[in-house]
Write a protein that binds this ligand. Structure first.
Ligand code: GDP
Length: 420
């Protein structure tokens, strides 16, 4: 099973994966790096996980980081140690693909220098993810399997630093700080990674052969996919369900279900168009109601109505078999709720999500407005117990996306879930 975000990330995938992880044996991440942040509540504790799958909070589950992931070894070590310090038994439960690429300090520094200097800002988190994927596609990256070969590491790192310095200079800047010392620190953390190295694809396929269930967890969301998102305001990897196969090392026929996570409204962090964006007052109101501030950076997220054009597109490019709608409770107090069903564009009415991001920027949503339910939903555990207007809202999402709603999340806690 794959769990994939269907908007611009922050859909609450962490919560859905956390709920579903109870049913599976292995949880694997297939793309992204420490730029993603999942906030997960287990009991009264809150954990923010950047790299290790949230399945780690379920005793005994095996958690893998696939080859499609780019790994920050220092951050990984910190996260692992913090989980251990907070009483989570992590020993023997984490595996890292031998083919995963490492995010090095020069990637991170270059990311920051570039984002400061280039005219068209993407709004990256400045964690080196983009430059690491560039190095991967440029066939000069450093992979986990290289760590066992010091000579190879030295030449790849020397070349990496020199290239990053040249690039920073071309942008009119320089890499700040003591780069060699930072590189040494990263390599020391990398040394530690070697004990986690594994063949994730092989592990996943063997687990399935043994009758175990595997969940592949995406970071970010469909509209941030390198190919299918709002390019160039995207992340540098394949966030969609197809990326789950390549990024974990299995074939697509092994995947039996794709659950799309959508928030009951839409948010976006970073730059790029958000067609259903609210006016400032409502934007502020929903941001407060939904706590819409980035888990990794604390950046405020822009908020808007549910965009069914985007969600239907996400259903198609991911081949969704079901939807998980999150944060329904955030809408509890609103008297009316709108859904964008199509866009008005200079070229006429569009029912499909445009390929051209600038065209999307000009798109004006065509809304359908439904009555709100104005009642708390946080304690509801059965679909039938939701107010009729809330059910109508979910039915409409189902119709417009042509995808069945299988789960509805009504709060941050694990138990605040309706399974259909
Ligand atoms: P992710 O990266 O997709 O997992 O999303 P984030 O972790 O950035 O954002 C999800 C936030 O919403 C977290 O703080 C969750 O605790 C919270 N959350 C998830 N599901 C729900 C829900 O159904 N209701 C409310 N109120 N909060 C939720």
């Amino acid at each position: 099973m794959v769990v994939v975000g269907c908007q611009w990330g922050d859909e609450g995938k962490g919560k859905i994966v956390d709920v579903l992880a109870g049913d599976v044996h292995v949880v694997a991440r297939y793309q992204g790096g420490a730029n993603a942040g999942h906030t997960v509540h287990a009991g009264d504790d809150e954990f923010i996980l950047h790299q290790i799958p949230s399945g780690i909070l379920h005793p005994g589950k095996r958690c893998l980081l696939g080859n499609g992931v780019v790994l920050d070894a220092i951050e990984f070590g910190k996260e692992y140690d913090e989980l251990e310090a907070r009483g989570i038994a992590v020993e023997g439960r984490v595996g890292v693909s031998q083919k995963a690429h490492l995010v090095m300090p020069y990637h991170r520094l270059l990311d920051q220098v570039s984002e400061d200097r280039v005219e068209q800002k993407i709004g990256t988190t400045g964690r080196g993810i983009g430059p690491t994927y560039e190095g991967k596609a440029g066939r000069r990256g450093l992979r986990v399997s290289d760590l066992a070969h010091p000579d190879r590491v030295t030449s790849l790192v020397e070349e990496g630093v020199a290239r990053a310095r040249r690039r920073a200079a071309a942008l009119g800047g320089e890499l700040p700080g003591d780069v060699p010392a930072m590189v040494d620190e990263a390599l020391a953390a990398g040394e530690r990674l070697r004990e986690f190295a594994t063949d994730t694809g092989l592990e996943i396929v063997q687990s399935i052969r043994d009758g175990k269930r595997v969940l592949l967890e995406g970071a970010q969301g469909t509209a941030l996919d390198l190919d299918h998102g709002t390019y160039p305001f995207v992340t540098s990897s394949s966030t969609t369900a197809g990326g789950a196969a390549t990024g974990s090392g299995i074939g697509p026929t092994v995947i039996d279900a794709v659950v799309g996570v959508v928030k009951a409204y839409t948010t976006r962090v970073g730059n790029g168009p958000l067609p259903t964006a609210f006016e400032p007052d409502m934007d502020e109101k929903l941001r407060e109601l939904g706590g819409e501030f980035g888990a990794t950076t604390g950046r405020p997220r822009r908020c808007g109505w549910f965009d069914a054009v985007l969600a239907r597109y996400a259903a198609r490019v991911n081949g969704l078999t079901g939807l998980a709608v999150t944060k329904l409770d955030v809408l509890d107090t609103l008297p009316e709720i709108s859904i964008a069903t199509a866009y008005r564009t200079p070229e006429g009415e569009a029912r499909e999500f445009p390929a051209d991001t600038w065209q999307l920027g000009e798109a004006e949503p065509i809304y359908e407005t439904l009555p709100g339910w104005e009642a708390p939903t946080g304690d509801v555990r059965k679909l039938a117990d939701l107010p009729a207007t809330a059910r109508r809202y979910l039915d409409r999402i189902e119709e417009l996306t042509e995808t069945p709603v299988q789960m509805v999340s009504v709060g941050t806690r694990r138990k605040q879930i309706i399974r259909v």
